[in-house]
Design a protein around this ligand. Structure first.
Ligand code: G3I
Length: 449
């Protein structure tokens, strides 16, 4: 009798466990635990890439969609809800130079999750990059920086073929033109001016007043503040007069806005010795020396900092009251990660709304801002290309009357100031070491379409 009762109890326990497991599986089938997150494509080749995504708790498998359209209206035959029992898959047989989109869903029994985020990726084009000359494709002036000892050979060939604007990288700054008190040295500038004149290039003067290019005798000026101001007036008047009609525009003051201190103006020696209105004085002297010259204010982080952007526009508004400014230069030392298109657009909108000329004055786009690459990978080359395309697209959409120029701050990657500045390898520009064009150059061209 006792044994019988034990058997009955055990049977009852097994039965309830069975019911529980069934009801549990019914309960489980009802709801899929989560939605996968898709990662950026990796292992890009000229015919495919690797897709991968996050694991969803207790998912049986995943459904993968690949399309050439962002709305997935048409799915690739082999990738139409393809069931994948893994978190990664090599997608192959794709067309080079084409953009693809992929997304995934998780499956558990009868239950399917909603779609993951969509990943966009461009398949590397196998062929050589197009070599269309930028200035032939652009409806605005395309600029390159120059040095007086690089105005010959292939560097010059490329400048003359692709560019209609030039900016002196460093030789038209105070420390170079005015190396000692009362003694100017215009040797390099005269060479650059002659090169521009001989080749019908528009020469942008950069930069009369900049805290980072002050000769030591000015830093350690011997004399009163009044004598300092007289010296600056004579310097600006001498330089602008000398190149009147040849230098079509000047960055009269560069980088006057302070970073992060909350004070609108950097405490430069010019501010210290001439007062807060030093900026207006410098523009007055430049305007008086060459009334036809376009006067610009130039600065960095114009897009990436809303605070700085507001301070720059305040300077512009103050100068505009006395018709002392014609344009704004956004340096555009950026990276493939940012600033966002909306921030760059805010620079343009504020400039155009003030009816000023827009100069994207020093464009370079870091491909390795986090120093996590030892070579320019195909994936990163495409991301950089897309950022060049985005920037050019924004500039290209500016009303013609407000487009001054889009100047790139260097030719070959190895020549970029960024390599010394950040102390690590990067590939921020549009030409390889052998002067062949990179994907970033293609991105520039695509931004013009
Ligand atoms: O070419 C001479 C060389 O002959 C000499 O031996 C050597 C040592 O004195 O100097 C060389 O010139 C240097 C030049 O770069 C070329 O390398 C100058 O000293 C050096 O001051 C100059 O630095 C320039 C810097 O501005 C300061 O003028 C960079 O090339 C230039 O890319 C950089 O550009 C600035 C923009 O004007 C303003 N926005 C930021 C941007 C980056 O700092």
């Amino acid at each position: 009798m006792k044994k019988m009762k034990i058997k009955q109890a055990l049977l009852l326990i097994c039965l309830s466990l069975f019911v529980l497991s069934c009801s549990k599986s019914d309960e489980e089938v009802a709801v899929i635990a989560g939605v996968p997150s898709a990662y950026a494509a990796v292992n890009l080749t000229d015919s495919g890439f690797t897709a991968n995504w996050t694991r969803v708790y207790r998912a049986d498998n995943y459904l993968l969609d690949v399309s050439t359209t962002a709305d997935f209206s048409t799915l690739l035959p082999n990738y139409n809800e393809l069931s994948v029992n893994a978190l990664t898959i090599d997608i192959e047989g794709l067309d080079s130079g084409t953009t693809y989109y992929y997304r995934v869903r998780a499956v558990r029994g009868e239950s399917i999750s909603t779609f993951s985020n969509v990943i966009v990726t461009e398949i590397i084009s196998t062929g050589p990059e197009p070599t269309t000359a930028l200035k032939e494709a652009a409806n605005f002036n395309v600029g390159m920086i120059v040095r007086s000892n690089r105005l010959t050979g292939i560097t010059s060939d490329i400048i003359l073929r692709e560019y209609d604007n030039i900016t002196s990288e460093y030789e038209m700054k105070m420390d170079q033109m005015y190396p000692s008190k009362g003694t100017y040295d215009f040797t390099a500038v005269d060479k650059i001016v002659k090169y521009a004149t001989d080749n019908n290039l528009n020469l942008h003067g950069h930069a009369l007043i900049w805290h980072n290019s002050v000769p030591s005798w000015v830093t350690n000026f011997v004399g009163t503040d009044a004598e300092f101001e007289t010296m600056v007036k004579e310097y600006i008047t001498t330089v602008v007069t000398r190149y009147k009609g040849k230098v079509k525009s000047w960055d009269v003051v560069n980088e006057a806005v302070d970073d992060g201190s909350g004070n609108p103006l950097r405490n430069s020696i010019f501010k210290q010795k001439m007062g807060n209105d030093y900026i207006k004085k410098c523009y007055q002297w430049a305007r008086a020396a060459d009334p036809a010259c376009k006067l610009f204010y130039n600065d960095y982080n114009f897009a990436s900092s809303a605070t700085k952007r507001a301070a720059i526009f305040k300077i512009a508004d103050d100068l505009k009251k006395d018709n002392l400014i014609d344009g704004l230069g956004a340096q555009m030392h950026i990276s493939y990660k940012g600033p966002a298109a909306s921030e760059i657009q805010a620079v343009v909108d504020g400039t155009v709304s003030r009816n000023l000329l827009m100069h994207f004055a020093e464009l370079d786009i870091q491909a390795n801002p986090d120093n996590n690459l030892t070579s320019l990978t195909p994936e990163r080359a495409i991301e950089q290309k897309n950022k060049y395309k985005e920037v050019v697209k924004i500039f290209n959409a500016i009303p013609a009357a407000n487009q001054y120029a889009l100047t790139v701050w260097g030719m070959r990657d190895s020549e970029s100031w960024l390599l010394d500045f950040w102390g690590h390898i990067d590939w921020p520009l549009m030409y390889n070491e052998d002067y062949s064009v990179k994907k970033s150059h293609t991105g520039f061209l695509e931004g013009l379409k």
